[in-house]
Each structure stands twice: as structure tokens, then as C-alpha cells.
Design a protein around this ligand. Structure first.
Ligand code: FAD
Ligand code: NAG
Ligand code: NAG
Ligand code: NAG
Ligand code: NAG
Ligand code: NAG
Ligand code: NAG
Ligand code: NAG
Ligand code: NAG
Ligand code: NAG
Length: 606
């Protein structure tokens, strides 16, 4: 694996007069703020930065995890080290799922960021929004047109700042400027380090254009096809909600405080209007049995603890399904039965092929067989933020549908948000890549990431204990529907067709490991399914555990993202999506959070 060297903290705080960065509740100078935000991930970082633009309000952000500078922070900052940022890491919650029935009862790793920036500090940096159909469906469920593609596009643009790749390449043919922002907080770019397979991938979109067409910008709302992957990378460095939103706000304003190393343990009832209870206070703590501190919001509390943390805090506060809460000894305060029930995630299965010995791959660095190359690459990144360390795993990504006459769709239904949305994603990687298979010790490979992007399986987050420091039970319930399993099967068959294009002749040697038999001439669908059940993991996109719903009596939040059946609390993070988008979700969550910040400002006349 990669040798690590320490890099200086890039985002160290400097010179701010009043904004404070606290590491223990005892340091707080006040316990009442206008807005109290729980979680410094994407939702929390965006909302905190936007609300504090108004100097008349005072904002507190409470984050359970650690700072994103200092020890091991090079794994956060260096894009190519993203695979390590969440593994055996001080920046991770270390969750494991419940045993997954469809995965031979394996319990799988379930990384979540425990750090400033939340999972945006530890993720794989892929910057995708999903399809226009995804957001039009969102708007329909919410009963609020502001979430529709055309209405939310300005908020996607508001969040981002296009920059040229770290190699200085002219990228004008690699994206469509009309769909992007050029002055937002978060820099994004296409890859800064071209790889040995890029030309072959692009040639395949010409040779097999009927099945795998080129799309100049899969972030244009028109998702289908294969294009240049956009990444949350600027200046060769990871862009997170901390580096792009929160730290700049802290460095320049006096009306925003951040408290890290501290968990919100529950919401506290502060009154009621008629029969509707109000929750404007919050209990925080640093250990399971240690002292509790009460924090109060003059205006409102915003939960941005992510798809796992947000339902956990609601349930710890007695907000959820009363019968389930009683099982762990928590008295119901508010009936909201859908809390935690709607978990959606994208299952991922990697496929790998051995390639020709003279191929130029990144395996020397990834497999650790060429430590000198790894060291040189890190040194180069330290010098000028260029080279392989300045890019993430794949340079291209594609989104595809099963054919409309597919027997799978006829038998199991569609599942996607519409005809412009995808069933599966392929992303090609110029080295051995997996999230759960043992790495080989030698060789050269091309790998593909197969992802079911419009899953219909729904899992859950439930409490294992009333102890707020105990991990909740997380069940993504992968392949609970036949559709999801069949889509993964079709995706793997499509990968095989992709690298069967003539342009790969003489490059591909054979499928790797168990795949050799499964994809060989005597292999069967059952063999591929056995591979899927053994090697599927999560791409770590849990969402939808506190879903929006415009209909009375349904969902967890209303169209303004206010928690139903109570007052004082709003939710802004990935848990409010009614359906998971058909792509990696971070850009979508930034956009929805930008929109949410505007909704909050408007509701308080700010
Ligand atoms: C390994 C990995 C790879 C990924 N790759 C990609 C990718 O390439 N592209 C992409 O688009 N998405 C990717 N994702 C997903 C993406 O990062 C998340 O969907 C996104 O960050 C979710 O944003 P959020 O605001 O909902 O939650 P988060 O960003 O997770 O933030 C939640 C924050 O709340 C804090 N918190 C939780 N509970 C409490 C509590 N009780 N008290 C105080 N604070 C609390 C957490 O510590 C965290 O900082 C990946 C995620 C992971 C983990
Ligand atoms: C996860 O484990 C790492 C050690 O590998 C540790 O540093 C970190 O604090 C753990 N996370 C939590 C939330 O306990
Ligand atoms: C990039 O290439 C395009 C198309 O060839 C060209 O119009 C544009 O001027 C180039 N940009 C720069 C900065 O060279
Ligand atoms: C739950 O409510 C019952 C009855 O009001 C009370 O006796 C008990 O102490 C409460 N439990 C907790 C954990 O608050
Ligand atoms: C970055 O540094 C490397 C040497 O470490 C050099 O080869 C390369 O040209 C430099 N790139 C830029 C853009 O300065
Ligand atoms: C980009 O990185 C270099 C280090 O190579 C640093 O000196 C410079 O300040 C950075 N620029 C920005 C805009 O972050
Ligand atoms: C990618 O980066 C490596 C160094 O990290 C460098 O040797 C190689 O030339 C770069 N590739 C291209 C196409 O620039
Ligand atoms: C679907 O249509 C394509 C061409 O239009 C055809 O080749 C294929 O056999 C059809 N598949 C099924 C399952 O009918
Ligand atoms: C496939 O099966 C046939 C018949 O059993 C056998 O002759 C052949 O060697 C097998 N091929 C492979 C690649 O296993
Ligand atoms: C609100 O509470 C009522 C019971 O008071 C419950 O029936 C209803 O399902 C709750 N609303 C939602 C959105 O769950």
C-alpha cells in the first residue's frame, strides 16, 4: 500500500477575531445560538456557511468527529489516497451492516466520515448529480417544484466552480459549460492525470456507440452514456464541505462557531403549540456516561448528521416508531413511523481483468509492487499538486439502461425515475480496484466498478440501544428485490461486452480470479450471481432515511425539510431524499443543501 508522508495542514485557521473552533463543550462561551447545526458534513457545512453570510445571526455547528488537518490528513487531501481515508481511519465511524441475506449473510463494512466535512472528506470524490428525471421525481414526491431539474440547476451551479485539470489540459471537450458554475465555493475538474486506458475507453464509445454512447457531460441532466468523470478536485486537492464551505466561513466571519469531538445525543422538548411539541434544545456529550450540556436554538435546530446519524438522533429523542423505540427502552415523544425505514444505497461489485504485461497501469502504486513510484508520485504531489496523486480512481464513468425490451424489466419492473435515468453505472479503472476482495501481490489489471444506481430494495436504520454512543443497526438490505440482483447481473455482462470491443484486442488477457470461470465459455448466470453474492459491497451512498413527502401523514420532513408532527427542527442532508439519485450523490446533496439554505433564509426573512 501507499507509503505516507506528512504534508502541512493546508486549511489551518488563521487570524479570525471572533469565530471559534472548540474541541470540548466546556469551552463554549454561550449555549444559545440562532441556529444550531448538528454535523459538519455536506448538509451542515453548506447550511452553516450560507446562513452565516448574514452577520445578524449566530450559528453553532456541532460535529462528533475530528478535525481534517493534522495526523493522517494527507489521506484526505491527496485524491488518489481516497481509498485509505476511511479504512482503519481516525476519520471514520467504523460501522458494519447487519448480516445481508442476499450476500451469503456477510456483514459488510459501512464507512461514514467522522471528521470535519463528514463523508465529503473521505469519499472517492466523484462529482455527479443524477438525471433530470431523478429531480423531477423528487419534486413530485415533495409536492414542491423547487426540487425539479430546471429549478434546482441554479443551485448546482451555485455550489461549484469549474477549474482546469491539474495537468493544465484544455478540457473544453470534456464537459458542457452551460450546465456548470464558475464562481461557487467548491472547485471541480476532470482528471488531472490521463491514464493508459482513456483512449481505449473513448474508442469503445465510438466502436460500440449503440450500447455505450459518448456523453459530453453526464451532469447536464442527460445522464445516459459515458463521459469524462468530474471530481471534487481543485488544484490537485480534495474539495470537501469543510475545505470549500466551513473553514473559509470560519476564517472570515465572527458569527459562526464550530464544536468538534462532541455528539448530539438527543433533542429536548422546549414547549408546544396546541398539541404539537417544540424541540429547540439539544443535549450534547463527549462520552456515553459523561456530563450532558444543553444547547438552545433561538430560531431552529438543523440536523445534518447524515443518513445514519440523523435518524439515530431522532429515535434517541423518542421521535419515530413508538413500538420499535419501546424495545430499547425509549419513550415515544412524537409519532413519526417512517424515521429510519427507507434506507437506500447503491450496491457495488468490482470486476477485474488481467492485462498485457507491457500495459501502462497504476498497479505498481496500488499493489505496492513499486514503492519508489509511489514515493515519487507523493513527492511530486507535494511539490506542485500534479501527477497520479492529484486524481481519483477512474477517469471516465458511464450510466446505462437495460434495453426497453429487456425481459428483466418486463418481469420485475423498471425502478428508475424515468426513461432518461439509468439502471447501472460502469467506471473503468487503470489498476486492480476493489472494496472488499484481497489484493493480488503482482500483475497488471483493468478493473470496472459495476453499480446498481436505481435500486428498489429498501433497508433500515434502527437503534440497537438507547445509548447514543452505541452504533445503530444498519441494514441496506441489498438485493432484497429480484430487479436489483438482475440489474447487477446485466451490468457485469455489459462490462464484458464493453471490453470485447476490438480496441481492447491484445490488451485484455483474461478475467481475474473467480470471474475467469463465471465469464468463461462454460460460465452461467448462476456463476456470475455467485460472484455477485460473494463480492458485493456498498459504494457508501446511504440516503432516504428521513424522506421528504408532500402528502399529509407520509414521510419524515415536509417540502421545506421541516420535521413533521413537531416544530423547531429541520433536516438538511442525504437522508431527506425520497429516492436515491441514479449517480453518486454528493453533488446532488450539495445542490439540495444550497436550496435548503435559501428556504431557511427566506422563512426567517434573512
Ligand atoms: C468511502 C466513501 C466513498 C464515497 N464516494 C463517493 C463519491 O465518490 N461520490 C459521491 O458523490 N459520494 C460518495 N460518497 C457518499 C457521500 O460522501 C455522502 O453521500 C455525503 O457525504 C453525505 O452527506 P451528508 O451531509 O448526508 O452526510 P455526511 O457528509 O456523512 O455528514 C454527516 C456528519 O454528521 C456527523 N454526525 C453524525 N452523527 C452525529 C452526532 N450524533 N452528533 C454530531 N455529529 C454527528 C458525522 O460525523 C459527519 O461529519 C462516499 C462515501 C464514503 C463514506
Ligand atoms: C474508528 O477506528 C479508528 C481506528 O482504526 C479510530 O481511530 C476511530 O476513532 C474510530 N472511530 C470511532 C467513531 O470511534
Ligand atoms: C481549448 O480548446 C478549444 C477548442 O479547441 C478552444 O476553442 C479554446 O480556445 C481552448 N482553450 C484554451 C484556454 O486554449
Ligand atoms: C418512560 O415513561 C414512563 C411512564 O411515564 C416513566 O416511568 C419512565 O421513567 C420513562 N422512561 C424514560 C427512559 O424516560
Ligand atoms: C510538477 O513537478 C514535476 C516534477 O516533480 C514536473 O515534472 C512537472 O512538470 C511539474 N508540473 C507543473 C505543472 O509544474
Ligand atoms: C495550490 O497548491 C499549491 C501547492 O502546490 C499552493 O501553493 C497554492 O496556494 C494552491 N492554490 C490554491 C488556489 O489553493
Ligand atoms: C501521471 O502522473 C505520473 C506521476 O505521478 C506521471 O509520471 C505521468 O506522466 C502522468 N501521466 C500523464 C499522462 O501526464
Ligand atoms: C430486443 O431488441 C433487440 C434489437 O432491437 C434484439 O436484438 C433483441 O433480441 C431483443 N431482445 C429481446 C429480449 O427481445
Ligand atoms: C467447457 O466445457 C467443455 C465441455 O465440458 C470442455 O471441453 C471445455 O474445456 C470447457 N472450457 C473451459 C474454458 O473450461
Ligand atoms: C403524526 O402523528 C400521527 C399520530 O399523532 C400519526 O398518525 C402520523 O402518522 C404522524 N405523521 C407522520 C407524517 O408520520
Amino acid at each position: 500500500m501507499l507509503r505516507l508522508i506528512h504534508v502541512p495542514a493546508v486549511f489551518a485557521l488563521f487570524g479570525s477575531t471572533f469565530a471559534a473552533f472548540y474541541t470540548d463543550p466546556s469551552q463554549l462561551k454561550q449555549t444559545t445560538y440562532d441556529f444550531v447545526i448538528v454535523g459538519a458534513g455536506i448538509g451542515g457545512g453548506v447550511v452553516a456557511a450560507r446562513l452565516s453570510e448574514n452577520p445578524s445571526v449566530k450559528v453553532l455547528v456541532i460535529e462528533a468527529g475530528v478535525d481534517d488537518t493534522g495526523y493522517r490528513s494527507e489521506q484526505i487531501q491527496i485524491p488518489f489516497m481516497c481509498g485509505q481515508a476511511s479504512v482503519d481511519s481516525p476519520f471514520d465511524w467504523n460501522y458494519t451492516t447487519t448480516p445481508q441475506k442476499a450476500l451469503n449473510n456477510q456483514a459488510i463494512g459501512y464507512a461514514r466520515g467522522f471528521v470535519m466535512g463528514g463523508s465529503s472528506s473521505t469519499n472517492y470524490l466523484i462529482w455527479t448529480r443524477g438525471s433530470s428525471d431523478d429531480f423531477n421525481r423528487f419534486a413530485k414526491v415533495a409536492g414542491d417544484n423547487s426540487y425539479s431539474w430546471n429549478s434546482i440547476l441554479p443551485y448546482f451551479k451555485k455550489s461549484e466552480r469549474h477549474v482546469i485539470p491539474s495537468d493544465g489540459r484544455n478540457d473544453s471537450a470534456e464537459y458542457l459549460p452551460a450546465f456548470h458554475g464558475f464562481s461557487g465555493p467548491l472547485a471541480f475538474s476532470t482528471t488531472g492525470n490521463l491514464s493508459g486506458i482513456d483512449d481505449k475507453i473513448l474508442a469503445t464509445t465510438k466502436e460500440l456507440s449503440a450500447e455505450f454512447p459518448f456523453n459530453q457531460d453526464t451532469n447536464s441532466g442527460k445522464l445516459l452514456g459515458l463521459g469524462w468523470q468530474q471530481d471534487a478536485i481543485g488544484n490537485g486537492t480534495r474539495q470537501s464541505s469543510s475545505s470549500a464551505y466551513l473553514k473559509p466561513a470560519l476564517n472570515s466571519r465572527s458569527n459562526i462557531d464550530v464544536l468538534i469531538h462532541t455528539r448530539a445525543t438527543r433533542l429536548l422538548k422546549t414547549g408546544s403549540t396546541g398539541s404539537v411539541p417544540e424541540f429547540k434544545s439539544l443535549e450534547i456529550a463527549t462520552t456515553s456516561t459523561g456530563p450532558r450540556t444543553k444547547i438552545t436554538a433561538r430560531k431552529e435546530i438543523i440536523l445534518s448528521a447524515g443518513a445514519i446519524g440523523t435518524p439515530q438522533i431522532l429515535m434517541l429523542s423518542g421521535i419515530g416508531n413508538a413500538a420499535d423505540l419501546a424495545k430499547v427502552g425509549i419513550n415515544s415523544t412524537v409519532s413519526l413511523p417512517e424515521v429510519g425505514t427507507n434506507l437506500q444505497d447503491h450496491p457495488l461489485t468490482s470486476t477485474q481483468w488481467e492485462v498485457s504485461p507491457d500495459a501502462v497501469t497504476r498497479d505498481g502504486i496500488v499493489l505496492g509492487t513499486d514503492p519508489a513510484a509511489a514515493q515519487a508520485a507523493v513527492e511530486r504531489w507535494n511539490t506542485n499538486r500534479t501527477g497520479v496523486m492529484s486524481t481519483t480512481l477512474s477517469n471516465h464513468m458511464g450510466f446505462f439502461r437495460l434495453p426497453s425490451n429487456s425481459s428483466v424489466l418486463a418481469k420485475y419492473g423498471d425502478g428508475s425515475s424515468g426513461p432518461g435515468s439509468a439502471h447501472y453505472e460502469l467506471a473503468w479503472v487503470n489498476n486492480f480496484m476493489t472494496i472488499n476482495q484481497p489484493f493480488p501481490t503482482s500483475g497488471k489489471y483493468v478493473a470496472n466498478i459495476n453499480v446498481v444506481v436505481s435500486p428498489t430494495s429498501r433497508g433500515s436504520v434502527t437503534l440497537a440501544s438507547s445509548d447514543p454512543f452505541a452504533a445503530p443497526l444498519i441494514d441496506p438490505n441489498f438485493y432484497n428485490t429480484d430487479l436489483d440482483l438482475q440489474v447487477m447481473l446485466e451490468s457485469i455482462k455489459a462490462s464484458k461486452r464493453f471490453i470485447s470491443a476490438k480496441v481492447w484486442d491484445g490488451y485484455i488477457v483474461k478475467p481475474y480470479g473467480d470471474l475467469e470461470q463465471a465469464l468463461g465459455p462454460n460460465g452461467t448466470d448462476a456463476d456470475i450471481i455467485a460472484y455477485i453474492r460473494q463480492w458485493t459491497g456498498s459504494i457508501k451512498h446511504p440516503m432516504c432515511t428521513a424522506p421528504v413527502n408532500g402528502a399529509k401523514g407520509k414521510g419524515v420532513v415536509d417540502a421545506n425539510l421541516k420535521v413533521k408532527n413537531l416544530t423547531g427542527v429541520r433536516i438538511v442532508d442525504g437522508s431527506v431524499f425520497p429516492y436515491i439519485p441514479a449517480a453518486a450523490p454528493q453533488a446532488a446533496i450539495y445542490g439540495v443543501s444550497e436550496l435548503a439554505a435559501d428556504k431557511i433564509k427566506k422563512s426567517w426573512g434573512l
